[in-house]
Write a protein that binds this ligand. Structure first.
Ligand SMILES: Nc1ncnc2c1ncn2[C@@H]1O[C@H](COP(=O)(O)OP(=O)(O)OP(=O)(O)O)[C@@H](O)[C@H]1O
Length: 500
C-alpha cells in the first residue's frame, strides 16, 4: 500500500457576504487512513467540501497539497478531479432509470462500434471489470439502478468516481449513510474499509457517531469553521467525542413523560392494509408518543404514509379523531389536523429560492392574512419565534433557505409542520442528517408536542432514541405489527431482536 500524506490543507478560509464559514481550517489525511470530519449543522463541513472540490473559491492564502503536489488555488472542479480527489455527495448523481453499466459509462462517454452505435458488450465488460476491482463482481451490470439498495448504489457511485484514477489519492464521502437503512450500512462501511486499504485517503463526514467508532482511524472536529481538534479515534469515547463537537457536555433529551398520555384515543386502526402494510392494528392516544420501527421493506415507512393518506388503504379500518371517513389525499389529511414531517426533506420538504419564513408558513398562509393582505411583520416575528424554539441558525427569517446548512434547513421544515397545531403528527426519521445538539432540541420539541395534547407517531431506526422518547414501540416485520413494547422491554436489544 502506498504510504505518506494524501492531503494536507492549511489556512483554508471562506467568507460569504456577512459570514465567515471557514476560518484557517487545516486537516491532514494519510494514505490508507479513514479520517472523520464531524461538526454541528452549519459548522462548515459542506463549505469545506465545496472549497476542496473547486466549487467555492476560498479566500486568498489557502494551501492545498495532494500527495506532495501543491495545487494552484483557486482551481476549477476538473483540476481537483485530475489530481485524484473524488467526491461522493448525498445526491449520488446517478440516474435511477438507467442500468448499472450505463451509469458507469455516463461520465466518460460510451464505447461505440464500427457503425457508430453503442457497443453494449464492451460497456458490460468494462462495468463488470470495474465492479470486480472494487470487490463487487456480484452486481449485475444490466440491472436497473433504481432497483438496487442504496448501499449498492453508493458503492457504484464510489467505483465510478475512482474508475479512471489509477492514482486516486483522496475520496470524500459526505454523509453517505444519512438516508440508508441500518441493515445496509455495514455493507457500505466494509467497502469504505477496502478502499482505504488500497491506499486512498478517505474523508468521512457523518452525524452518526457510532459509525465514527466503527470505521474511522482519526477524527477532526469543526466548529464555527475552525478545526477545534484532531485526535485518534481510539483515544476518544462517546462523551469526549460529543464534547469535541458541541464544545460542551451535552444535556440529553427528556425521556417520555407517562403523565402526558390522556384517555382519549385519537388514532385507531384495525386490520389496516395498504402499500407494504398488511393487517396492522394499533391505537395512539392524545399526548402519547408511539414509535414504529422495522427493517427496510417491513412496512414501517408505509404505515406512516397510510395514516396521512399518501398511500391508499386496501382494507381494514382507520379512524382519526373519531372520524372514519377514508383519507383521500394528504391535503384531506391536513384539513383533518394531521401533519406529516417527511424523512427526505431535501426532496419533499423545502423550496430552495424561498425565505425561511415563506418555507415555514407555506402550510399556513391564512394565519396572517387580514382583509386580503398578508401581514408580513407579525408573520416574520412569529416565524422568528418558531425558529428560536428549534434553534435554527442563523435565525434570519428573510434569508433564502438554500443558504442554510442542511441540518438547519431541516429544522425549518419541522417548524412548518408543527406550526399547524396538529392533533396527530407523524414524524418520518425526524433526526436524519441532524447534528447531535439539534437532535436534543428536535426530540424535546416532539415531547412538547405530545405534552400539548397531540397524538404522535415516529417512524425511526434510531433504536436507543425511540426507546427513550416513546411511550410505546410497535415493531414491524413483513408488513405486520409483530410486537408492541412498553416499560423495561422497550430497549435496543429487544427491538433489534424482534425486527429480524
Ligand atoms: N451560499 C451561501 N451563502 C451564504 N451563506 C452560506 C452559503 N453556504 C453556506 N453558508 C453558511 O455557511 C455556514 C456553514 O454552512 P455549511 O453548509 O458548510 O455547514 P455544514 O457543517 O455542512 O452543516 P450541515 O451538517 O447542516 O449540512 C452556515 O452558517 C451557512 O449558513
Amino acid at each position: 500500500m502506498a504510504q505518506g500524506t494524501a492531503l494536507s490543507i492549511r489556512n483554508l478560509s471562506k467568507t460569504f457576504p456577512g459570514q465567515r464559514a471557514l476560518q484557517d481550517f487545516h486537516i491532514e489525511v494519510e494514505r490508507g487512513q479513514i479520517h472523520a470530519l464531524v461538526g454541528e449543522n452549519g459548522s462548515g463541513k459542506s463549505t469545506f467540501i465545496k472549497s476542496l472540490s473547486g466549487y467555492h473559491e476560498p479566500d486568498p492564502g489557502a494551501e492545498i497539497v495532494v500527495s506532495g503536489v501543491k495545487l494552484a488555488v483557486p482551481y476549477a472542479p476538473p483540476v481537483a478531479r485530475k489530481h485524484g480527489i473524488a467526491f461522493i455527495h448525498q445526491d449520488l448523481g446517478l440516474v435511477a432509470d438507467l442500468t448499472v453499466a450505463e451509469n458507469l459509462a455516463l461520465p466518460r462517454g460510451f464505447h461505440t462500434n464500427a457503425i457508430g452505435g453503442i457497443n453494449w458488450r464492451a460497456e458490460r465488460q468494462d462495468a463488470r471489470k470495474l465492479l470486480e476491482r472494487f470487490g463487487h463482481g456480484e452486481i449485475d451490470p444490466d440491472e436497473r439502478l433504481g432497483n438496487l439498495p442504496l448501499a449498492t448504489q453508493t458503492i457504484i457511485a464510489v467505483a465510478r468516481a475512482l474508475a479512471d484514477d489509477d492514482e486516486a489519492h483522496v475520496i470524500v464521502l459526505d454523509e453517505p449513510t444519512a438516508s440508508m437503512p441500518h441493515a445496509e450500512v455495514e455493507r457500505l462501511l466494509a467497502s469504505v474499509r477496502d478502499i482505504a486499504a488500497s491506499g486512498v485517503g478517505v474523508i468521512y463526514v457523518s452525524h452518526r457517531l457510532e459509525e465514527i467508532f466503527q470505521l474511522c482511524d482519526r477524527v477532526t472536529a469543526i466548529r464555527d469553521g475552525r478545526n477545534v481538534g484532531t485526535h485518534d479515534v481510539a483515544d476518544l469515547d462517546y462523551d469526549s467525542l460529543v464534547e469535541l463537537i458541541v464544545g460542551d457536555s451535552l444535556i440529553p433529551f427528556d425521556p417520555c413523560d407517562p403523565g402526558t398520555v390522556r384517555d382519549e384515543v385519537v388514532v385507531k386502526f384495525d386490520g389496516l392494509s395498504g402499500g407494504l402494510v398488511q393487517k396492522a392494528s394499533g391505537e395512539i392516544r392524545a399526548g402519547e408518543i408511539v414509535g414504529v420501527t422495522g427493517l427496510l421493506g417491513s412496512g414501517s415507512d408505509d404505515l406512516g404514509k397510510l395514516l396521512f393518506g399518501a398511500i391508499q388503504k386496501r382494507g381494514g379500518s382507520l379512524s382519526i379523531g373519531g372520524d372514519s371517513t377514508p383519507l383521500k389525499s394528504p391535503g384531506h389529511a391536513m384539513d383533518r389536523g394531521i401533519s406529516y414531517v417527511p424523512g427526505d426533506r431535501q426532496r419533499e420538504g423545502i423550496f430552495r429560492p424561498l425565505s425561511l419564513t415563506d418555507n415555514a408558513m407555506l402550510t399556513d398562509l391564512r394565519r396572517f392574512f387580514r382583509g386580503g393582505w398578508r401581514r408580513r411583520k407579525p408573520e416574520t416575528e412569529y416565524a422568528r419565534d418558531l425558529f428560536q424554539k428549534l434553534n435554527v441558525r442563523p435565525n434570519d427569517p428573510d434569508r433564502p433557505i438554500y443558504s442554510l446548512s442542511g441540518g438547519n434547513a431541516q429544522k425549518v421544515v419541522l417548524a412548518k409542520w408543527l406550526n399547524l397545531d396538529p392533533s396527530f403528527v407523524i414524524f418520518d426519521e425526524p433526526v436524519q442528517g441532524i447534528d447531535i445538539g439539534a437532535k436534543t432540541e428536535v426530540y424535546n420539541v416532539i415531547g412538547r408536542t405530545a405534552a400539548d395534547g397531540a397524538a404522535v407517531m415516529i417512524v425511526s431506526t434510531e433504536l436507543d432514541d425511540i426507546a427513550r422518547l416513546c411511550h410505546r414501540i410497535l415493531v414491524m416485520r413483513e408488513g405486520r405489527v409483530v410486537a408492541e413494547l412498553t416499560g423495561a422491554d422497550k430497549n435496543r436489544a429487544r427491538i433489534s431482536e424482534l425486527t429480524y
